[in-house]
Design a binder for this molecule. Structure first.
Ligand SMILES: Nc1ncnc2c1ncn2[C@@H]1O[C@H](COP(=O)(O)OP(=O)(O)OP(=O)(O)O)[C@@H](O)[C@H]1O
Ligand SMILES: [Mg+2]
Length: 579
């Protein structure tokens, strides 16, 4: 935390100084009030003759003190927020940067909902915590102990009364916080759940409507919401009972001061009416201080619970440690799987076992296999989205674990199975973060067979894409994702089932364009249709996590029963379609 506070420490110190000035003004007022009553009104030191000039003089001083105190309070607020907001901003940027370094399993472990809550709500709680700490802690501390000190100076008996009540008040406060504290962590966990449900439901709203699951999802959301409200109410109830208890205690103190004061006046042993008035004002200030202490501890407890959650992100160690190698190799576009076995982290199921496969530069290798057999898992190892469990994956002759991850991924362009588009123009989505002129974007789109449909749109390449590409068809999204991968012009191109929504003619044109324009790039295509893979240099058949067969279309038709079965079934489907 210190790392984030340090740059803004001057603001925090200035805030503290202004706060000290503000509280000092508050603490001076009851003493002046006492003199106004005793000397100005009652003339206690002048045989009962009041002094109107003194009242005016002290009144003006009091107003000036209030004005000065108010000014200091405002300046304190300005500097409190300058430090709180800036610290929050710094933490938020660091958290986001850290999340960007997370490996896939780390993102899965936290969950998207929880990550969003942590970067938004939790950091806001931390921000409040810093602000309350700087503003509230100093104010409360000074107001509480200042009031007790001035009370003693005013009248020893009053001081003793307040001092006796103090441990009881602090005890009640501690009890409430002890009860409320565990609930703050629970509150944030419930917020995580709400965010997770919200995220799933809003992004999947089309599916919910198509399957008429609105009521089901509403119930799921209501359950998450009810859990949050239940915990929130528990906290509020605890503090709702605490405030009246505090009030009762403080009023009891006021009554005791009145009793003691009147006893002292009657017995002529010190106290004056002004004394009693000032005593009551100090008690009120003390009450304010203590009530603020309650709020303060609430914010501190909640802020601390949130800070622990934010810290989990900040302290997460990158699971995939970067290697040293900067990716400068003689060979380009060569891939080798050496005895590779793979299980997902925290799972004992072996997805891939003993994979041996060597792919040369410029080769086109297609991967086929039943759904869930591990095709995506296999290609994910090339870009090191996951680490192998056994064996090694080499790119251009170097183990992927030895590369700097950015250097490795610079060599590879991937069009994922589920294309991700972002809000922005089509051109921005294709270029996406790299500087490319419109001609380059157009060329990539032409290869991806996307230029036709984009040019036919009213705004062409400037057409805005809705969130997650919702305004485009499945095949259009796929082609934009392919154009993005093609534009990168890297040594290795991986298409994970990314032409599944294209008709066979468009798909064939795409592969032909790729062959011509990216002849030097190594291409790995995952596909389900024979038509998509038949022209590949080699076709790999994945079966039960191992390579069942490998060869050209003709080889496999002769030697691989699985391939022949797929071929026969797809051919008969085609024949049926063609009548
Ligand atoms: N993140 C993950 N954590 C744990 N298991 C996973 C994860 N992703 C996939 N799996 C499991 O690994 C197996 C292989 O998944 P993979 O996505 O590689 O299959 P696939 O061959 O690409 O299938 P498809 O053709 O449907 O895309 C599946 O049984 C799946 O349940
Ligand atoms: Mg897949």
């Amino acid at each position: 935390m210190w790392k984030y506070i340090k740059p803004y420490l001057p603001f925090a110190i200035l805030a503290a100084l202004f706060m000290i000035a503000e509280v000092s003004m508050d603490l001076l007022q009851p003493s002046i009030m006492q003199r106004i009553v005793d000397d100005g009104v009652l003339g206690a030191n002048n045989n009962g003759v009041g002094d109107i000039n003194l009242i005016l003089r002290l009144g003006i001083i009091m107003i000036c003190l209030v004005l000065f105190g108010g000014l200091c309070g405002s300046l304190n607020n300005v500097f409190v927020h300058k430090s709180g907001q800036n610290i929050g901003n710094l933490i938020r940027k660091d958290c986001f940067g850290k999340i960007m370094t997370f490996s896939f399993p780390q993102v899965d472990k936290f969950g998207t909902g929880s990550l969003v809550t942590r970067v938004t709500n939790d950091i806001t709680q931390v921000q409040n915590f810093v602000a309350t700490f700087v503003r509230g802690f100093i104010r409360t501390f000074l107001l509480t102990f200042g009031s007790i000190f001035f009370m003693f100076r005013l009248n020893t008996q009053f001081g003793i009364i307040v001092l006796c009540a103090f441990p009881i008040i602090v005890g009640v406060l501690a009890l409430c916080l002890w009860k409320a504290n565990p609930r703050f962590s629970k509150l944030q966990a419930h917020l995580d759940k709400i965010n997770a449900v919200m995220q799933e439901d809003i992004s999947g709203i089309r599916m919910i409507k198509a399957c008429v699951r609105e009521v089901y999802e509403k119930l799921r959301f209501n359950k998450a919401n009810d859990d949050l409200i239940k915990t929130q109410l528990e906290v509020l109830v605890i503090f709702a009972f605490m405030n009246p208890i505090m009030n009762i205690l403080m009023n009891a103190v006021v009554v005791l001061i009145l009793l003691s004061g009147s006893y002292q006046i009657n017995s002529g042993s010190g106290a004056t009416p002004g004394n009693i008035m000032a005593g009551i004002t100090y008690t009120t200030q003390l009450l304010n201080g203590i009530l603020m202490l309650v709020m303060l501890f609430q914010n501190i407890s909640r802020g601390y619970a949130s800070w622990k959650r934010v810290r989990e992100i900040l302290h997460s160690q990158a699971q995939l440690t970067d290697g040293e190698f900067d990716g400068n190799t003689e060979i380009k576009g060569q891939i080798e799987f050496k005895d590779v076995s793979f299980s997902y982290p925290n799972s004992s199921v072996k997805i891939l076992s003993n994979i041996n496969l060597s792919i040369k530069q410029g080769e086109t290798v297609a991967i086929m296999g039943a759904t869930g057999c591990g095709k995506t898992s296999l290609v994910n190892l090339i870009a090191r989205f996951y680490d192998v469990s056994e064996g090694s994956v080499l790119v251009d002759g170097v183990d992927v674990r030895e590369y700097k991850q950015t250097a490795l991924r610079d060599k590879i362009a991937v069009a994922l199975q589920k294309s991700e588009l972002f809000r922005g123009s089509i051109a921005d989505n294709i270029a996406w973060g790299v500087t490319a002129d419109i001609e380059q974007v157009k060329t990539a789109s032409q290869i991806a067979q996307a230029d036709d449909f984009i040019s036919r749109m009213k705004d062409g390449y400037d057409t805005l894409v809705a969130e997650r590409g919702m305004s485009l068809s499945g095949g259009q999204k796929q082609r934009i994702a392919i154009a993005r991968a093609v534009l990168k012009n890297s040594e290795i191109l991986i298409f994970d089932d990314s032409t599944s929504a294209l008709d066979l003619t468009t798909e064939a044109r795409l592969y032909e364009a790729l062959r011509q324009s990216r002849s030097n790039s190594t291409k790995i295509l995952i596909a389900q249709r024979i038509a998509s893979v038949r022209s590949a240099d080699r076709i790999v058949i994945l079966e039960n996590g191992t390579i069942g067969a490998c060869g050209t279309h003709e080889d496999l038709l002769k030697s691989c029963k699985t391939y022949r079965d797929i071929y026969d079934s797809q051919m008969s489907e085609e024949a049926e379609k063609n009548g």
